[in-house]
Design a protein around this ligand. Sequence first.
Ligand SMILES: Cc1cc2nc3c(=O)[nH]c(=O)nc-3n(C[C@H](O)[C@H](O)[C@H](O)COP(=O)(O)OP(=O)(O)OC[C@H]3O[C@@H](n4cnc5c(N)ncnc54)[C@H](O)[C@@H]3O)c2cc1C
Length: 510
Amino acid sequence: MTAPLDVLVVGAGPTGLALAAQLRSYGTAFRILDRSLDRARESRALAIQPRTLEALAGFGVTGELVARGNPAMQLRMHLPRRVVQLPLFDIGLDDTAYPFLLFLSQAETESVLAEHLARQRVVIERGTELVRLERKGLVVTCRLRRGDGTEETVDARYVVGCDGAHSTVRGQADIGFEGYAYPQTFLLADLEADGLEPGAVHMYMTGSGVLLFFPLGSPATWRMLTMGLPGAPEREVTLPLLQEITDPYSTDRLVLRDPVWMTDFRLHNRGAAHYRSGPCFLAGDAAHIHSPAGAQGMNTGIQDALNLGWKLALVCRGAAPEELLETYEAERAPVGRSVRRFTNRAFVIGTSRDPLIRFARTRLAPRLAPTALRAKGTRGRVFRTVSELGIHYRRSPATTAGSRAPVRGPRAGDRLPDMPRGLQARTAGTGYHVLLAGPTRIWSDERIAAVLNGRTDLLAVHRLGEESPWPGVAHGLVRPDGYLGYVARGADLTGLRAYLDQWLPAGACS
Ligand SMILES: Cc1cc2nc3c(=O)[nH]c(=O)nc-3n(C[C@H](O)[C@H](O)[C@H](O)COP(=O)(O)OP(=O)(O)OC[C@H]3O[C@@H](n4cnc5c(N)ncnc54)[C@H](O)[C@@H]3O)c2cc1C
Protein backbone atom coordinates (compact mmCIF):
# COMPACT_ATOMS: atom_id res chain seq x y z
CA MET A 1 0.00 0.00 0.00
CA THR A 2 1.36 3.45 -0.90
CA ALA A 3 1.67 6.05 1.85
CA PRO A 4 -0.98 8.78 1.66
CA LEU A 5 -0.09 12.12 0.18
CA ASP A 6 0.42 14.79 2.84
CA VAL A 7 -1.74 17.53 1.30
CA LEU A 8 -4.04 17.77 -1.71
CA VAL A 9 -4.59 21.38 -2.82
CA VAL A 10 -7.82 21.70 -4.81
CA GLY A 11 -7.90 24.82 -6.99
CA ALA A 12 -5.06 26.83 -8.53
CA GLY A 13 -6.45 30.36 -8.24
CA PRO A 14 -4.40 32.85 -6.23
CA THR A 15 -5.20 31.06 -2.94
CA GLY A 16 -4.13 27.61 -4.13
CA LEU A 17 -1.02 28.97 -5.84
CA ALA A 18 0.11 30.76 -2.66
CA LEU A 19 -0.53 27.64 -0.59
CA ALA A 20 1.47 25.53 -3.03
CA ALA A 21 4.38 27.99 -2.86
CA GLN A 22 4.48 27.73 0.91
CA LEU A 23 4.17 23.93 1.04
CA ARG A 24 6.97 23.70 -1.52
CA SER A 25 9.25 25.90 0.57
CA TYR A 26 8.93 23.35 3.41
CA GLY A 27 9.38 20.30 1.15
CA THR A 28 5.89 18.96 1.97
CA ALA A 29 4.58 16.14 -0.26
CA PHE A 30 1.57 17.69 -1.99
CA ARG A 31 -0.31 17.89 -5.28
CA ILE A 32 -2.19 20.86 -6.71
CA LEU A 33 -4.94 20.45 -9.28
CA ASP A 34 -7.47 22.60 -11.08
CA ARG A 35 -10.44 21.62 -13.17
CA SER A 36 -9.82 24.35 -15.75
CA LEU A 37 -7.27 23.78 -18.51
CA ASP A 38 -5.77 27.24 -18.25
CA ARG A 39 -5.45 29.88 -15.56
CA ALA A 40 -7.99 32.73 -15.60
CA ARG A 41 -7.10 35.24 -18.31
CA GLU A 42 -9.75 37.84 -17.53
CA SER A 43 -8.68 40.26 -14.85
CA ARG A 44 -10.72 40.12 -11.66
CA ALA A 45 -8.97 41.55 -8.58
CA LEU A 46 -7.06 44.67 -9.54
CA ALA A 47 -5.09 45.65 -6.44
CA ILE A 48 -2.59 43.91 -4.16
CA GLN A 49 -2.51 45.16 -0.58
CA PRO A 50 0.74 45.97 1.29
CA ARG A 51 0.34 43.00 3.68
CA THR A 52 0.05 40.58 0.76
CA LEU A 53 3.20 42.04 -0.80
CA GLU A 54 5.02 41.57 2.52
CA ALA A 55 3.74 38.01 2.90
CA LEU A 56 4.76 37.00 -0.63
CA ALA A 57 8.22 38.58 -0.29
CA GLY A 58 9.53 35.40 1.34
CA PHE A 59 9.13 33.57 -1.99
CA GLY A 60 11.09 36.25 -3.83
CA VAL A 61 8.13 37.21 -6.07
CA THR A 62 7.23 40.63 -4.68
CA GLY A 63 9.87 42.45 -6.76
CA GLU A 64 8.37 40.95 -9.92
CA LEU A 65 4.82 41.86 -8.88
CA VAL A 66 5.87 45.47 -8.20
CA ALA A 67 7.78 45.60 -11.50
CA ARG A 68 4.72 44.43 -13.47
CA GLY A 69 2.22 46.62 -11.57
CA ASN A 70 1.63 50.29 -10.90
CA PRO A 71 2.59 51.39 -7.36
CA ALA A 72 1.85 55.09 -7.92
CA MET A 73 -1.88 55.29 -8.51
CA GLN A 74 -4.05 58.37 -7.87
CA LEU A 75 -7.75 58.26 -7.03
CA ARG A 76 -9.68 61.07 -8.73
CA MET A 77 -13.06 61.77 -7.11
CA HIS A 78 -15.33 63.61 -9.53
CA LEU A 79 -17.63 66.04 -7.69
CA PRO A 80 -20.24 68.28 -9.30
CA ARG A 81 -17.91 71.29 -9.54
CA ARG A 82 -14.41 69.95 -8.97
CA VAL A 83 -12.16 66.93 -9.01
CA VAL A 84 -10.39 65.90 -5.82
CA GLN A 85 -7.20 63.88 -6.06
CA LEU A 86 -6.10 61.33 -3.45
CA PRO A 87 -2.86 59.33 -3.66
CA LEU A 88 -3.18 55.57 -3.23
CA PHE A 89 0.56 55.51 -2.59
CA ASP A 90 2.36 57.26 0.28
CA ILE A 91 -0.43 55.92 2.48
CA GLY A 92 1.06 57.27 5.69
CA LEU A 93 2.52 53.97 6.95
CA ASP A 94 6.24 53.85 7.60
CA ASP A 95 6.54 50.36 9.08
CA THR A 96 6.29 48.61 5.72
CA ALA A 97 8.55 48.51 2.68
CA TYR A 98 5.38 48.63 0.51
CA PRO A 99 3.39 51.75 1.50
CA PHE A 100 1.12 51.63 -1.56
CA LEU A 101 -1.74 49.75 -3.18
CA LEU A 102 -0.16 47.93 -6.09
CA PHE A 103 -2.40 47.97 -9.16
CA LEU A 104 -1.91 44.70 -11.01
CA SER A 105 -4.52 42.46 -12.61
CA GLN A 106 -5.29 39.12 -11.00
CA ALA A 107 -4.28 37.41 -14.24
CA GLU A 108 -0.76 38.89 -13.88
CA THR A 109 -0.60 38.04 -10.17
CA GLU A 110 -1.51 34.43 -10.92
CA SER A 111 1.03 34.35 -13.72
CA VAL A 112 3.85 35.51 -11.40
CA LEU A 113 2.90 32.88 -8.79
CA ALA A 114 2.60 30.14 -11.44
CA GLU A 115 6.02 31.02 -12.89
CA HIS A 116 7.50 30.83 -9.38
CA LEU A 117 6.00 27.36 -8.92
CA ALA A 118 7.32 26.26 -12.31
CA ARG A 119 10.83 27.34 -11.25
CA GLN A 120 10.33 25.26 -8.10
CA ARG A 121 9.34 22.29 -10.32
CA VAL A 122 5.78 22.19 -9.02
CA VAL A 123 3.38 20.85 -11.64
CA ILE A 124 -0.15 22.25 -11.58
CA GLU A 125 -2.38 19.37 -12.68
CA ARG A 126 -4.80 21.20 -14.95
CA GLY A 127 -7.94 19.69 -16.40
CA THR A 128 -8.24 17.60 -13.23
CA GLU A 129 -11.31 17.92 -11.07
CA LEU A 130 -12.01 16.76 -7.55
CA VAL A 131 -15.40 15.06 -7.73
CA ARG A 132 -15.75 13.26 -4.40
CA LEU A 133 -14.23 13.03 -0.93
CA GLU A 134 -14.60 10.33 1.65
CA ARG A 135 -13.04 10.12 5.09
CA LYS A 136 -11.55 6.73 5.87
CA GLY A 137 -9.79 6.57 9.23
CA LEU A 138 -6.82 8.89 9.17
CA VAL A 139 -6.97 9.65 5.45
CA VAL A 140 -9.32 11.28 2.99
CA THR A 141 -9.98 9.32 -0.16
CA CYS A 142 -10.33 11.73 -3.07
CA ARG A 143 -11.83 10.88 -6.44
CA LEU A 144 -10.28 12.88 -9.28
CA ARG A 145 -11.55 13.09 -12.87
CA ARG A 146 -9.54 14.30 -15.84
CA GLY A 147 -10.81 16.02 -18.95
CA ASP A 148 -10.46 12.78 -20.98
CA GLY A 149 -12.83 11.01 -18.56
CA THR A 150 -10.18 8.94 -16.76
CA GLU A 151 -10.46 8.78 -13.00
CA GLU A 152 -7.96 8.33 -10.17
CA THR A 153 -8.27 7.77 -6.43
CA VAL A 154 -5.83 9.56 -4.14
CA ASP A 155 -5.49 9.15 -0.39
CA ALA A 156 -4.38 12.32 1.40
CA ARG A 157 -3.84 13.21 5.05
CA TYR A 158 -5.24 16.70 4.45
CA VAL A 159 -7.28 18.32 1.69
CA VAL A 160 -7.47 22.09 1.24
CA GLY A 161 -10.37 23.52 -0.72
CA CYS A 162 -9.00 26.56 -2.54
CA ASP A 163 -11.72 25.88 -5.08
CA GLY A 164 -13.61 29.14 -5.03
CA ALA A 165 -17.13 30.25 -4.24
CA HIS A 166 -18.79 27.01 -5.43
CA SER A 167 -16.28 24.86 -3.54
CA THR A 168 -16.62 21.10 -4.02
CA VAL A 169 -14.54 20.49 -0.88
CA ARG A 170 -16.95 22.62 1.15
CA GLY A 171 -19.94 20.73 -0.24
CA GLN A 172 -18.36 17.31 0.25
CA ALA A 173 -17.28 18.18 3.81
CA ASP A 174 -20.87 19.34 4.45
CA ILE A 175 -19.86 22.80 5.64
CA GLY A 176 -22.58 25.48 5.39
CA PHE A 177 -22.10 28.74 3.47
CA GLU A 178 -24.46 31.23 5.06
CA GLY A 179 -25.14 34.79 3.97
CA TYR A 180 -27.15 36.76 1.47
CA ALA A 181 -27.17 38.11 -2.08
CA TYR A 182 -27.28 41.87 -2.64
CA PRO A 183 -30.37 42.97 -4.59
CA GLN A 184 -28.49 45.17 -7.09
CA THR A 185 -27.16 44.01 -10.41
CA PHE A 186 -23.63 45.16 -11.21
CA LEU A 187 -22.18 45.81 -14.61
CA LEU A 188 -18.57 45.26 -15.51
CA ALA A 189 -16.85 46.08 -18.77
CA ASP A 190 -13.33 46.31 -20.15
CA LEU A 191 -13.39 49.07 -22.75
CA GLU A 192 -12.11 52.41 -24.03
CA ALA A 193 -13.44 55.69 -22.62
CA ASP A 194 -12.74 59.06 -24.22
CA GLY A 195 -12.63 61.95 -21.76
CA LEU A 196 -10.86 60.22 -18.85
CA GLU A 197 -7.39 61.25 -17.78
CA PRO A 198 -5.17 58.17 -18.09
CA GLY A 199 -3.30 56.47 -15.23
CA ALA A 200 -5.74 57.15 -12.37
CA VAL A 201 -8.74 55.48 -10.75
CA HIS A 202 -11.82 57.62 -11.45
CA MET A 203 -14.76 57.60 -9.05
CA TYR A 204 -18.07 59.36 -9.71
CA MET A 205 -20.46 59.46 -6.76
CA THR A 206 -24.05 60.60 -7.16
CA GLY A 207 -27.38 59.97 -5.49
CA SER A 208 -27.97 56.97 -7.74
CA GLY A 209 -24.72 55.21 -6.87
CA VAL A 210 -21.07 54.97 -7.82
CA LEU A 211 -19.37 54.67 -11.18
CA LEU A 212 -15.75 53.56 -11.24
CA PHE A 213 -13.11 53.35 -13.93
CA PHE A 214 -9.88 51.47 -13.14
CA PRO A 215 -6.85 51.71 -15.44
CA LEU A 216 -6.31 48.23 -16.85
CA GLY A 217 -3.91 48.65 -19.77
CA SER A 218 -4.63 45.28 -21.31
CA PRO A 219 -6.83 43.96 -22.96
CA ALA A 220 -8.49 47.41 -22.80
CA THR A 221 -7.53 50.73 -21.26
CA TRP A 222 -10.33 50.80 -18.67
CA ARG A 223 -12.29 48.48 -16.39
CA MET A 224 -15.67 50.03 -15.72
CA LEU A 225 -17.81 49.02 -12.73
CA THR A 226 -21.24 50.34 -11.90
CA MET A 227 -24.78 49.37 -10.92
CA GLY A 228 -27.69 48.64 -13.24
CA LEU A 229 -30.37 51.30 -13.72
CA PRO A 230 -32.59 51.47 -10.60
CA GLY A 231 -35.97 49.79 -11.06
CA ALA A 232 -35.23 48.98 -14.71
CA PRO A 233 -35.88 45.44 -15.93
CA GLU A 234 -32.80 43.30 -16.50
CA ARG A 235 -31.37 44.03 -19.94
CA GLU A 236 -28.59 42.50 -21.91
CA VAL A 237 -25.33 44.39 -21.24
CA THR A 238 -24.59 46.39 -24.38
CA LEU A 239 -22.49 49.46 -25.13
CA PRO A 240 -25.60 51.73 -25.48
CA LEU A 241 -26.82 50.55 -22.06
CA LEU A 242 -23.45 51.32 -20.46
CA GLN A 243 -23.42 54.77 -22.12
CA GLU A 244 -26.99 55.42 -20.90
CA ILE A 245 -25.92 54.58 -17.33
CA THR A 246 -22.72 56.63 -17.55
CA ASP A 247 -24.22 59.88 -18.91
CA PRO A 248 -25.99 61.12 -15.73
CA TYR A 249 -22.83 60.64 -13.64
CA SER A 250 -20.60 62.96 -15.58
CA THR A 251 -20.95 66.59 -16.60
CA ASP A 252 -18.05 66.25 -19.08
CA ARG A 253 -19.31 63.73 -21.58
CA LEU A 254 -17.49 60.42 -21.45
CA VAL A 255 -17.69 58.44 -24.64
CA LEU A 256 -17.48 54.69 -24.19
CA ARG A 257 -16.33 52.51 -27.07
CA ASP A 258 -14.67 49.27 -28.17
CA PRO A 259 -15.72 46.95 -25.34
CA VAL A 260 -13.61 43.79 -25.03
CA TRP A 261 -15.70 42.19 -22.31
CA MET A 262 -19.07 43.10 -20.76
CA THR A 263 -20.94 41.23 -18.09
CA ASP A 264 -23.39 41.65 -15.25
CA PHE A 265 -23.38 39.87 -11.93
CA ARG A 266 -24.92 39.80 -8.49
CA LEU A 267 -22.77 40.12 -5.40
CA HIS A 268 -23.02 37.92 -2.35
CA ASN A 269 -21.85 38.20 1.22
CA ARG A 270 -21.33 34.70 2.58
CA GLY A 271 -19.04 32.86 4.95
CA ALA A 272 -18.30 29.20 5.65
CA ALA A 273 -19.71 27.97 8.96
CA HIS A 274 -16.29 26.44 9.62
CA TYR A 275 -12.88 26.66 7.98
CA ARG A 276 -12.14 23.07 8.90
CA SER A 277 -13.95 19.78 9.15
CA GLY A 278 -11.52 17.07 10.28
CA PRO A 279 -8.83 16.75 7.62
CA CYS A 280 -10.58 19.15 5.18
CA PHE A 281 -9.79 22.88 5.20
CA LEU A 282 -11.23 25.82 3.29
CA ALA A 283 -9.33 28.93 2.17
CA GLY A 284 -10.03 31.95 -0.02
CA ASP A 285 -13.37 32.32 -1.81
CA ALA A 286 -14.31 28.82 -0.67
CA ALA A 287 -14.47 30.28 2.86
CA HIS A 288 -15.72 33.83 2.24
CA ILE A 289 -17.17 35.95 -0.54
CA HIS A 290 -18.18 39.59 -0.38
CA SER A 291 -18.31 42.78 -2.41
CA PRO A 292 -15.10 43.92 -4.14
CA ALA A 293 -15.24 47.25 -2.25
CA GLY A 294 -11.82 47.80 -0.71
CA ALA A 295 -10.06 45.18 -2.87
CA GLN A 296 -9.92 42.56 -0.13
CA GLY A 297 -11.05 39.24 -1.69
CA MET A 298 -7.95 37.90 -3.39
CA ASN A 299 -5.72 39.39 -0.70
CA THR A 300 -7.62 37.71 2.12
CA GLY A 301 -7.49 34.39 0.25
CA ILE A 302 -3.71 34.55 -0.23
CA GLN A 303 -3.28 35.37 3.45
CA ASP A 304 -5.55 32.47 4.48
CA ALA A 305 -3.24 30.22 2.49
CA LEU A 306 -0.12 31.62 4.11
CA ASN A 307 -1.61 31.17 7.58
CA LEU A 308 -2.41 27.52 6.88
CA GLY A 309 0.50 26.33 4.73
CA TRP A 310 3.29 26.35 7.33
CA LYS A 311 0.99 24.80 9.94
CA LEU A 312 0.22 21.87 7.63
CA ALA A 313 3.89 21.61 6.68
CA LEU A 314 5.13 21.44 10.30
CA VAL A 315 2.42 19.01 11.41
CA CYS A 316 3.04 16.76 8.39
CA ARG A 317 6.75 16.52 9.13
CA GLY A 318 6.02 15.78 12.79
CA ALA A 319 7.64 19.00 14.04
CA ALA A 320 4.45 20.51 15.49
CA PRO A 321 1.45 19.08 17.33
CA GLU A 322 -1.92 18.55 15.60
CA GLU A 323 -3.41 21.33 17.79
CA LEU A 324 -1.55 23.84 15.65
CA LEU A 325 -4.05 23.14 12.87
CA GLU A 326 -6.93 24.18 15.13
CA THR A 327 -5.48 27.67 15.29
CA TYR A 328 -6.15 28.17 11.55
CA GLU A 329 -9.89 28.67 12.00
CA ALA A 330 -9.36 30.50 15.32
CA GLU A 331 -7.15 33.04 13.53
CA ARG A 332 -8.64 33.35 10.06
CA ALA A 333 -12.41 33.05 10.63
CA PRO A 334 -12.49 36.37 12.59
CA VAL A 335 -10.52 38.01 9.75
CA GLY A 336 -13.04 36.69 7.20
CA ARG A 337 -15.95 37.99 9.30
CA SER A 338 -14.38 41.40 9.69
CA VAL A 339 -13.67 41.66 5.94
CA ARG A 340 -17.31 40.77 5.24
CA ARG A 341 -18.48 43.46 7.68
CA PHE A 342 -16.10 46.09 6.33
CA THR A 343 -16.86 45.44 2.65
CA ASN A 344 -20.60 45.41 3.42
CA ARG A 345 -20.35 48.83 5.10
CA ALA A 346 -18.42 50.24 2.12
CA PHE A 347 -20.92 48.65 -0.24
CA VAL A 348 -23.94 50.16 1.57
CA ILE A 349 -22.35 53.63 1.63
CA GLY A 350 -21.62 53.36 -2.09
CA THR A 351 -25.01 52.08 -3.20
CA SER A 352 -27.76 52.94 -0.70
CA ARG A 353 -30.72 55.09 -1.72
CA ASP A 354 -31.46 56.01 1.90
CA PRO A 355 -31.58 59.86 1.93
CA LEU A 356 -29.17 60.18 4.85
CA ILE A 357 -26.58 57.83 3.33
CA ARG A 358 -27.01 59.51 -0.07
CA PHE A 359 -26.31 62.86 1.59
CA ALA A 360 -23.20 61.43 3.28
CA ARG A 361 -22.03 59.91 -0.01
CA THR A 362 -22.61 62.88 -2.27
CA ARG A 363 -22.05 65.85 0.07
CA LEU A 364 -20.19 64.95 3.26
CA ALA A 365 -17.65 62.36 2.16
CA PRO A 366 -16.33 64.29 -0.86
CA ARG A 367 -15.88 67.41 1.27
CA LEU A 368 -14.40 65.78 4.39
CA ALA A 369 -12.32 62.93 2.97
CA PRO A 370 -9.67 64.99 1.15
CA THR A 371 -9.07 67.28 4.14
CA ALA A 372 -9.03 64.41 6.63
CA LEU A 373 -6.73 62.28 4.49
CA ARG A 374 -4.29 65.14 3.91
CA ALA A 375 -2.86 64.51 7.40
CA LYS A 376 -0.40 61.62 7.23
CA GLY A 377 -1.54 60.25 10.61
CA THR A 378 -5.21 59.98 9.57
CA ARG A 379 -4.24 58.51 6.21
CA GLY A 380 -2.18 55.90 8.04
CA ARG A 381 -5.06 54.96 10.36
CA VAL A 382 -7.52 54.60 7.45
CA PHE A 383 -5.13 52.60 5.30
CA ARG A 384 -4.01 50.29 8.12
CA THR A 385 -7.33 48.45 7.79
CA VAL A 386 -7.57 48.50 3.98
CA SER A 387 -3.91 47.49 3.60
CA GLU A 388 -4.52 44.47 5.88
CA LEU A 389 -1.43 45.48 7.90
CA GLY A 390 -3.68 45.86 10.94
CA ILE A 391 -4.67 42.18 11.03
CA HIS A 392 -3.57 40.57 14.29
CA TYR A 393 -4.03 37.31 16.16
CA ARG A 394 -3.75 38.61 19.72
CA ARG A 395 -6.52 36.32 20.95
CA SER A 396 -5.24 33.20 19.22
CA PRO A 397 -4.20 30.15 21.27
CA ALA A 398 -0.96 30.20 19.22
CA THR A 399 0.14 33.62 20.47
CA THR A 400 1.23 34.32 24.05
CA ALA A 401 2.20 37.51 25.83
CA GLY A 402 5.04 37.10 28.35
CA SER A 403 4.31 38.05 31.97
CA ARG A 404 5.96 41.46 31.39
CA ALA A 405 5.11 43.23 28.13
CA PRO A 406 7.55 45.72 26.55
CA VAL A 407 6.47 49.32 27.15
CA ARG A 408 6.15 49.99 23.43
CA GLY A 409 6.32 48.10 20.16
CA PRO A 410 4.44 45.19 18.64
CA ARG A 411 2.64 42.73 20.90
CA ALA A 412 2.19 38.97 20.75
CA GLY A 413 -0.19 38.28 17.85
CA ASP A 414 0.80 41.39 15.87
CA ARG A 415 2.57 41.23 12.54
CA LEU A 416 6.28 41.92 12.84
CA PRO A 417 6.62 45.46 11.46
CA ASP A 418 9.41 46.17 9.01
CA MET A 419 10.94 48.55 11.52
CA PRO A 420 13.87 48.91 11.54
CA ARG A 421 13.73 48.43 7.77
CA GLY A 422 15.01 45.03 6.67
CA LEU A 423 13.78 43.18 9.78
CA GLN A 424 11.13 41.31 7.79
CA ALA A 425 13.69 40.25 5.19
CA ARG A 426 16.00 38.91 7.94
CA THR A 427 13.18 36.79 9.33
CA ALA A 428 11.61 35.69 6.04
CA GLY A 429 13.28 32.25 5.91
CA THR A 430 11.20 29.16 6.71
CA GLY A 431 10.68 28.28 10.38
CA TYR A 432 10.54 30.40 13.53
CA HIS A 433 12.86 33.29 14.38
CA VAL A 434 13.88 34.36 17.90
CA LEU A 435 14.54 38.11 18.20
CA LEU A 436 16.75 39.27 21.07
CA ALA A 437 16.71 43.03 21.71
CA GLY A 438 19.03 45.08 23.90
CA PRO A 439 22.80 44.98 24.54
CA THR A 440 24.18 41.87 22.83
CA ARG A 441 26.35 40.93 25.85
CA ILE A 442 23.14 39.94 27.70
CA TRP A 443 22.39 37.24 25.19
CA SER A 444 25.10 34.70 25.94
CA ASP A 445 25.56 31.56 23.86
CA GLU A 446 24.55 29.39 26.86
CA ARG A 447 21.29 31.24 27.30
CA ILE A 448 20.47 30.80 23.61
CA ALA A 449 21.50 27.14 23.56
CA ALA A 450 19.08 26.47 26.42
CA VAL A 451 16.21 27.84 24.30
CA LEU A 452 17.27 26.14 21.11
CA ASN A 453 17.55 22.83 22.93
CA GLY A 454 18.53 21.07 19.71
CA ARG A 455 15.85 22.80 17.58
CA THR A 456 18.32 24.19 15.05
CA ASP A 457 16.44 23.13 11.91
CA LEU A 458 13.33 25.30 12.28
CA LEU A 459 14.56 27.94 14.71
CA ALA A 460 16.92 30.82 13.91
CA VAL A 461 18.21 33.34 16.46
CA HIS A 462 18.86 37.03 15.76
CA ARG A 463 20.63 39.34 18.22
CA LEU A 464 19.20 42.73 17.26
CA GLY A 465 21.09 44.97 19.69
CA GLU A 466 19.47 48.39 20.03
CA GLU A 467 18.08 48.23 16.46
CA SER A 468 14.85 46.56 17.49
CA PRO A 469 11.09 47.19 17.41
CA TRP A 470 11.08 47.29 21.24
CA PRO A 471 12.85 49.74 23.57
CA GLY A 472 15.34 48.28 26.09
CA VAL A 473 15.80 44.58 26.75
CA ALA A 474 13.09 42.39 25.24
CA HIS A 475 12.66 39.22 23.24
CA GLY A 476 10.13 37.86 20.80
CA LEU A 477 9.42 34.92 18.56
CA VAL A 478 8.39 35.44 14.94
CA ARG A 479 6.24 32.65 13.55
CA PRO A 480 6.77 31.38 10.01
CA ASP A 481 3.96 33.67 8.77
CA GLY A 482 5.62 36.84 10.09
CA TYR A 483 3.35 37.24 13.14
CA LEU A 484 4.73 37.39 16.66
CA GLY A 485 3.94 34.21 18.58
CA TYR A 486 5.55 35.39 21.81
CA VAL A 487 6.79 38.74 23.15
CA ALA A 488 8.21 39.63 26.57
CA ARG A 489 10.28 42.30 28.27
CA GLY A 490 13.59 41.42 29.95
CA ALA A 491 16.10 38.62 29.49
CA ASP A 492 14.36 35.72 31.23
CA LEU A 493 13.65 33.23 28.46
CA THR A 494 11.57 30.79 30.52
CA GLY A 495 8.26 31.84 28.95
CA LEU A 496 9.68 31.64 25.44
CA ARG A 497 10.98 28.18 26.13
CA ALA A 498 7.55 27.06 27.39
CA TYR A 499 5.97 28.47 24.21
CA LEU A 500 8.42 26.56 22.03
CA ASP A 501 7.95 23.37 24.05
CA GLN A 502 4.25 23.58 23.21
CA TRP A 503 4.37 24.54 19.52
CA LEU A 504 7.78 23.30 18.36
CA PRO A 505 8.63 20.51 20.79
CA ALA A 506 12.36 19.71 20.98
CA GLY A 507 13.11 16.21 19.81
CA ALA A 508 10.04 16.03 17.55
CA CYS A 509 11.10 14.71 14.17
CA SER A 510 11.96 17.50 11.77
C1 LIG B 1 -15.88 39.84 -11.83
C2 LIG B 1 -15.05 39.78 -10.58
C3 LIG B 1 -14.38 40.92 -10.10
C4 LIG B 1 -13.60 40.86 -8.95
N1 LIG B 1 -12.94 41.98 -8.50
C5 LIG B 1 -12.17 41.90 -7.39
C6 LIG B 1 -11.41 43.02 -6.92
O1 LIG B 1 -11.46 44.10 -7.50
N2 LIG B 1 -10.63 42.87 -5.79
C7 LIG B 1 -10.53 41.67 -5.12
O2 LIG B 1 -9.77 41.56 -4.14
N3 LIG B 1 -11.24 40.61 -5.54
C8 LIG B 1 -12.04 40.70 -6.65
N4 LIG B 1 -12.71 39.62 -7.07
C9 LIG B 1 -12.61 38.42 -6.25
C10 LIG B 1 -11.34 37.65 -6.52
O3 LIG B 1 -11.26 37.42 -7.90
C11 LIG B 1 -11.41 36.36 -5.70
O4 LIG B 1 -11.47 36.72 -4.33
C12 LIG B 1 -10.20 35.45 -5.93
O5 LIG B 1 -10.17 34.97 -7.25
C13 LIG B 1 -10.29 34.25 -4.99
O6 LIG B 1 -9.25 33.37 -5.27
P1 LIG B 1 -9.39 31.83 -4.94
O7 LIG B 1 -8.10 31.24 -5.38
O8 LIG B 1 -9.82 31.66 -3.53
O9 LIG B 1 -10.60 31.31 -5.84
P2 LIG B 1 -10.73 31.30 -7.44
O10 LIG B 1 -9.94 32.38 -8.04
O11 LIG B 1 -12.19 31.23 -7.71
O12 LIG B 1 -10.05 29.93 -7.87
C14 LIG B 1 -10.66 28.69 -7.62
C15 LIG B 1 -10.07 27.68 -8.59
O13 LIG B 1 -10.57 26.38 -8.22
C16 LIG B 1 -10.86 25.65 -9.39
N5 LIG B 1 -11.87 24.63 -9.02
C17 LIG B 1 -13.13 24.83 -8.60
N6 LIG B 1 -13.71 23.65 -8.29
C18 LIG B 1 -12.79 22.69 -8.53
C19 LIG B 1 -12.80 21.26 -8.40
N7 LIG B 1 -13.87 20.59 -7.95
N8 LIG B 1 -11.69 20.58 -8.75
C20 LIG B 1 -10.59 21.25 -9.20
N9 LIG B 1 -10.53 22.58 -9.34
C21 LIG B 1 -11.62 23.31 -9.00
C22 LIG B 1 -11.38 26.69 -10.37
O14 LIG B 1 -11.21 26.25 -11.70
C23 LIG B 1 -10.51 27.90 -10.03
O15 LIG B 1 -9.35 27.98 -10.84
C24 LIG B 1 -13.51 39.64 -8.22
C25 LIG B 1 -14.17 38.51 -8.69
C26 LIG B 1 -14.94 38.56 -9.86
C27 LIG B 1 -15.65 37.33 -10.35
